[in-house]
Design a protein around this ligand. Structure first.
Ligand code: FHN
Length: 577
């Protein structure tokens, strides 16, 4: 897996994947020729016969499988997920089931999946395929809940089994029988697929390759597949997923090659996002969109290599690690662990030059150093306990300047296996954020669709307050960028704690600069709820009632029905002792 010993997880089926932590997503298809992203056929309503003509000129002579795989390796990625067929229905492999494929329909005439399979095998990278199993704008009988080719085909004449049995399953069989072991199949946009067909496809894949993992987007019924693919660019919150999970992420704001989108993430931004994801126990699947010539755009390649250099210095803190044992998201970085080690990933722009303070590590620390420091110079530290609060405090003296670029990892070697205090605890910085997934959520009022009344739920948190005083309470919401605020909270939220009750119509009081996991297309918004005074430190309770609190165990989801607003947390900001 990596250069170092990796800690195998309890579930051997997904262990290679959870240990890998970082993968390369590749959106490459015929659409690259138009340089307007992978939805161009749908967006421009290009007739099938017109779209097919693109194949006649598709000749990515510069495609070099070994170079792509080397780039993934240089970036520190352990697996590749490539679009074998996207929504346009064009197979990027030699398919006998449908001549609309790269070998039979283009002058290129080569099978890039075969070449990638060989290059991956040689380099020790796991090859995985993306397959659009429900949307196929080329096939007359594919049928999705919403996004169909209605400019060529009549919805009423569609007979889904003809597509399912005649193209989707035969092509999946080809992918699973002609390219060696496939690490995982990445399905997408399952809207409208019945539960029976979802189960059928899972059984079909496992029947051909039992070890091939399947992502949750195989179905919009919750709980299917081996692990959870979050929404596009959605970073999970701690406590949100009980199963292994990943964030599929763009490097700009698009998947397929486009010249229109030049909003690129810097290497530093990617490193911070990677650290945020793995600190919560997730994987990051980072996308590139190759050109019609068959190259990965140099700007993407440069950034990936820079990320890889950082990973090489810090690989012990990444591959095979577990996410943070602490439920609170750290505003200055993240924590990962492996047996006998705790790694604190500190953003350089939040460098606590006067010392790093961590709460909740019960157990003796033997040595602390910066992971990127080749000499591993020991840092002075002190461990103390506040018995009354049951607060275990570790204070580390840091060098005046960070030892690494972008994010510096502080490695703690433990003299004994730590027993972490997993109570949601205020950080030394004073930050205390009550994230919704950390609450127990109960139903207060059923929804009444006929009367237009939504369900009302209550979230309840228990937390450890270290610094008593007066706090400003803020609601943190992620608002979709294309939404206007008025109407997003149709009724007041009700907050109760220690005898105080605040009833507020949340206002859009400004953007929140302190929500590292919020990503495009969402904007983090703060809404002031009022002030509360806690006179005593220790364990407290807080409840919040809102119709925007979602069912914590829904039956199904459609990944791109991104909510207009997501209620994410209550933040407590100390304003007075
Ligand atoms: O529609 C696709 C989109 O083109 C892209 O493949 C992403 C990647 O996660 N998935 C779908 C939208 O969620």
């Amino acid at each position: 897996m990596g250069e170092q010993e990796v800690h195998k997880r309890s579930d051997p089926a997904t262990a290679w994947w959870t240990d890998a932590r970082f993968g390369m997503f590749i959106h490459w298809g015929l659409y690259a020729a138009l340089a307007k992203g992978e939805w161009v056929m749908y967006a421009d309503k290009i007739p099938v016969r017109e779209y097919e003509k693109l194949a006649g000129d598709f000749n990515p002579q510069q495609f070099d499988a070994a170079a792509w795989v080397q780039l993934a390796k240089d970036a520190g990625m352990k697996y590749i997920v490539i679009t074998a067929k996207h929504h346009d229905g064009f197979a990027m492999f030699h398919s006998k089931a449908d001549p609309f494929n790269i070998v039979d329909a283009t002058p290129f005439g080569r099978d890039p999946m075969k070449e990638l399979a060989e290059a991956c095998r040689e380099a020790g990278i796991v090859l995985c395929f993306y397959y659009s199993h429900v949307i196929d704008w080329h096939h007359p009988h594919s049928l999705h809940k919403e996004h169909n080719n209605t400019w060529d085909y009549n919805l009423a004449e569609k007979h889904f089994p003809e597509y399912w049995e005649g193209k989707a399953k035969p092509q999946l069989k080809e992918l699973l029988t002609s390219y060696g072991p496939v690490g995982l199949l990445w399905f997408d946009t399952a809207g409208g697929l019945s539960e029976a067909d979802s189960r059928d496809i899972v059984a079909f894949v496992k029947g051909l390759q039992p070890d091939c993992l399947i992502n949750s987007r195989v179905s919009h019924f919750i709980g299917m597949g081996d692990y959870v693919s979050k929404g596009d660019n959605e970073i999970g919150m701690s406590g949100e997923d009980q199963r292994p999970w990943e964030t599929p992420m763009t490097l700009n704001q698009s998947w397929g090659y486009t010249t229109r989108d030049q909003v690129w993430k810097t290497a530093e931004a990617v490193i911070k996002k990677l650290v945020n994801v793995i600190g919560k126990g997730g994987n990051l699947l980072l996308n590139v969109g190759p050109t019609p010539e068959g190259t990965i755009p140099e700007l993407s390649a440069e950034r990936l290599r820079e990320v890889g250099e950082w990973i090489r210095r810090n690989s012990d803190a990444i591959y095979g690690t577990e996410g943070s044992p602490f439920p609170a998201e750290l505003e200055f970085g993240a924590v990962t662990t492996r047996p006998g080690r705790v790694y604190v990933h500190v953003h350089n722009d939040k460098w606590p030059a006067d010392g790093l303070v961590m709460y909740g590590i019960r157990g003796e620390v033997s040595r602390i150093y910066c992971l990127a420091d080749p000499k591993k110079k020991e840092l002075a530290f002190r461990q103390t306990v506040d018995e009354a609060l049951d607060l275990h405090v570790l204070k580390v003296e840091l060098p005046a300047e960070p030892a690494d670029e972008h994010v510096t990892v502080i490695a703690l070697e433990m003299a004994e296996e730590p027993d972490f205090d997993r109570t949601l605890t205020q950080l030394d910085s004073g930050r205390l954020q009550l994230d919704v997934p950390l609450a127990s959520v109960t139903l207060v009022r059923e929804d009444d669709e006929a009367a237009g009344i939504p369900a009302l739920r209550q979230a309840e948190w228990t937390f450890k307050l270290v610094q008593p005083g007066t706090y400003e309470l803020m609601l943190i919401s992620f608002k979709r960028h294309d939404q206007d605020w008025p109407g997003l909270y149709p009724e007041p939220v009700v907050l109760e704690t220690d005898g105080s009750c605040l009833v507020t119509d949340p206002a859009e009081d400004g953007e929140d600069p302190d929500s590292p996991s919020c990503q495009h297309p969402y904007i983090p918004i703060r809404s002031r709820l009022g002030q509360v005074t806690w006179l005593e430190p220790g364990i407290h309770r807080l409840t919040l009632r809102s119709s925007k609190l979602k069912d914590p165990s829904p039956k199904f989801t459609e990944i791109w029905h991104a909510d207009a607003v997501k209620l994410r947390a209550v933040r407590l900001v100390r304003v007075q002792d």
